[in-house]
Design a protein around this ligand. Structure first.
Ligand SMILES: Nc1ncnc2c1ncn2[C@@H]1O[C@H](COP(=O)(O)OP(=O)(O)O)[C@@H](O)[C@H]1O
Ligand SMILES: Cc1cn([C@H]2C[C@H](O)[C@@H](COP(=O)(O)O)O2)c(=O)[nH]c1=O
Length: 215
């Protein structure tokens, strides 16, 4: 039986890497798939992993209709055994319903990968619908860590180095890695997300020079 599986994890937890591995492992056994993504950091119609692998993909837009696209492939005589969907948090609830229909009515396996919550800890609409409809939800095994060493469960956004909890839900970006970026992300445990304490603020807090900041 085909399945709709939602692989979820924080940013930088290995989702895109796993997406590429799943497609590869199914491919070597002769199963053909389509790869979709939306808003990958590497640019339109690319699926990229921080481990360095990158492949071409179909870019999902507001107008993408998965049911129609996979149906067209079948009518053209091209088998579609599975569909890999990266950055699935950005898909619309209707598109997630189309994916569920592919599973139920066309026996296509759908492997969706995405973060569940945004920088405000609120569910993305696409992820909410995936949680509601998936046959299985798999949490990525590789733990990302908060600066304190606890498992990272939430995604924080920084603007100019300061953690923010207001703004547009979607801003494509990357984990801060030393290079200056106006908008960046950092994974945190819930405790430190709630306290708005990033690695940088914790460092400054423990520095005697900045004692006045926290008085
Ligand atoms: N230089 C590196 N050496 C080993 N592993 C790395 C390196 N850089 C990134 N990674 C791994 O890649 C993961 C991020 O993979 P990626 O698929 O891009 O994540 P996601 O799609 O969840 O944001 C990190 O959690 C880490 O395990
Ligand atoms: C938390 C959060 C993230 N995003 C963006 C930032 C990245 O472009 C993607 C996540 O990609 P990854 O492969 O999981 O690292 O989502 C966003 O737009 N809004 C947010 O709140």
């Amino acid at each position: 039986m085909a399945e709709l599986v939602f692989f979820s994890g924080t940013m930088d937890s290995g989702k895109s890497t796993l997406a590429l591995q799943m497609d590869h492992n199914y491919g070597v056994r002769g199963r053909s798939g389509l790869i979709y993504t939306r808003g990958d950091r590497a640019g339109a119609a690319r699926l990229s992993s921080r481990l360095g692998l990158e492949v071409g993909a179909r870019e999902v837009t507001d107008g993408t209709d998965f049911w129609a696209e996979v149906g067209a492939e079948h009518r053209a005589g091209r088998a579609v055994d599975h569909v890999v969907c990266d950055e699935a948090q950005f898909y619309s609830p209707d598109q997630v319903e189309q994916l569920a229909r592919l599973v139920d009515e066309m026996e296509v396996d759908v492997f969706a990968f995405g973060i569940t919550t945004d920088f405000r800890t609120r569910l993305f609409p696409g992820s909410a619908r995936l949680i509601e409809l998936a046959d299985r939800i798999e949490v990525l095994q590789v733990q990302s860590l908060c600066w304190c060493g606890a498992r990272a469960t939430h995604n924080a956004r920084t603007v100019g180095g300061i953690m923010v909890v207001e703004g547009e839900q979607v801003v494509i970006g990357d984990i801060a890695n030393g290079a200056p970026a106006q908008v960046a992300y950092e994974v945190l445990c819930r405790r430190h997300h709630m306290r708005r304490m990033t690695a940088d603020t914790s460092r400054r807090r423990s520095s005697p020079d900045d004692e006045a900041l926290w008085a």
